[in-house]
Design a protein around this ligand. Structure first.
Ligand code: NDP
Length: 336
């Protein structure tokens, strides 16, 4: 049995849960909207499914819901933010305007967030920049659960990378957002709950042998990178950008063993903004539209982001469908 919940009502419910668990009002609003957006767009591995992880992380003292990010205006094209052990999305919101101004003034801006926690999809972080006419790229490292290509033990995180670009005449920017592991950890957890096998070549068990059993991956095993050595190199780059560059932890560098239930990786986030008007063509948006047209001409069945955009449209028209059990759990969390 499912209930249709209006998007603003879901945001309000999730915000109440965050506030109840010590998150500042303004930060709670940011996190609630971010999580509700994921549920709305059918990014189920990072929607309401993650609320328990957020709350357990807060209650254990692993993450600071009251953190106030510190912005460091370090160079004309650089902005550093210390998230003060809070959530990365809150730090991004704090530095967003300055980063946009710098990108418009100088052509580019690097936003380097450290001492932060990210437990969500990355597309909500880049898409709004493309809606303002900028090209945006972001990468986040996470926790050591992915074996580098040809290696024997987990070292990298699932390390997602997301990209967004404006397209002239289109109602939505072109956006992709993907884990550099064969699949996201959230999808492994969801497969484990549903008793479903993983696709071949996704992970290994505790002995390092290939497995399609999600429980074996989660309990002592590890994921593989996507695309063998190619995905492994991109994941390595994300460790460098998300941690070495920002001043955050590498995925293997933090110890959350003393924080029962903690699920939010304590790392960093890299964001690059580019003003395409400074590029070598007279109309990036027109060029992007031309590329999209050619891709459709090549008979692709869809573009990255299309599934989300159509889920969003339906959810905004009809409500977000949530099982009655899940809704009751969220309502109880708002009172607990
Ligand atoms: P998917 O493999 O489901 O999708 C990756 C991208 O490919 C999406 O942009 C998707 O668009 C697009 N895509 C999928 N199928 C097609 C197709 N047939 N044709 C064209 N494009 C397609 O994502 P992942 O499982 O790799 O990642 C899921 C999420 O997990 C991401 O949002 C990521 O940010 C998040 N994550 C977060 C982490 C964190 O630490 N915060 C760690 C790891 C992952 P569409 O969305 O429209 O389907």
């Amino acid at each position: 049995m499912q209930s249709a919940v209006a998007y603003p009502d879901l945001i309000a419910l999730l915000k109440a849960i965050f506030v109840r668990n010590g998150v500042r009002e303004d930060a709670a609003a940011i996190l609630a909207e971010n999580c509700a957006m994921c549920e709305r767009d059918g990014s189920h591995s990072h929607g309401i499914f993650r609320m328990k992880g957020y709350i357990d992380s807060l209650r254990s003292g692993w993450v600071n819901g009251a953190a106030v990010p510190i912005i460091e205006d370090s160079a004309p094209s650089f902005c550093r933010i210390d998230a003060e052990n809070g959530f990365a999305q809150v730090a991004l919101a704090a530095g967003r305007r300055l980063a946009i101004e710098k990108a418009r003034d100088t052509g580019v801006c690097v936003l380097a967030i450290r001492n932060s926690h990210h437990l969500s999809a990355l597309w909500p972080d880049v898409e709004p920049f493309a809606r303002e006419g900028l090209v945006a790229l972001s990468a986040v490292n996470s926790f050591a659960c992915t074996v580098p290509f040809d290696g024997r033990s987990p070292l990298f995180g699932t390390n997602p990378i997301a990209f967004a670009a404006p397209v002239r005449g289109a109602s939505n920017p072109l956006v992709f957002d993907l884990a550099t592991s064969a699949m996201s950890n959230g999808d492994v957890q969801m497969a484990a709950r549903a008793g479903k096998a993983l696709p071949e070549h996704s992970g290994v068990d505790a002995s390092g042998a290939p497995t399609t059993d999600p429980q074996a991956v989660l309990n002592g095993g590890a994921l593989l990178t996507f695309g063998g050595h190619k995905g492994s190199s991109i994941s390595m780059m994300i460790e460098l950008l998300g941690a070495a560059l920002t001043g955050g932890n590498f995925s293997f560098e933090f110890d959350w063993s003393q924080y029962a239930g903690a699920q939010t990786p304590h790392t960093g986030q890299f964001i690059l903004l580019i003003d395409p008007a400074r590029g070598g063509t007279t109309g990036f948006g027109d060029r992007a539209a031309n590329l999209v047209e050619k891709m459709m001409g090549a008979e692709v069945s869809r573009l990255p982001g299309d599934r989300r955009n159509s889920a969003r449209k339906k959810a905004l028209e009809n409500g977000i469908y949530i099982t009655k059990d899940n809704l009751a759990t969220l309502q109880a969390m708002a009172q607990a």
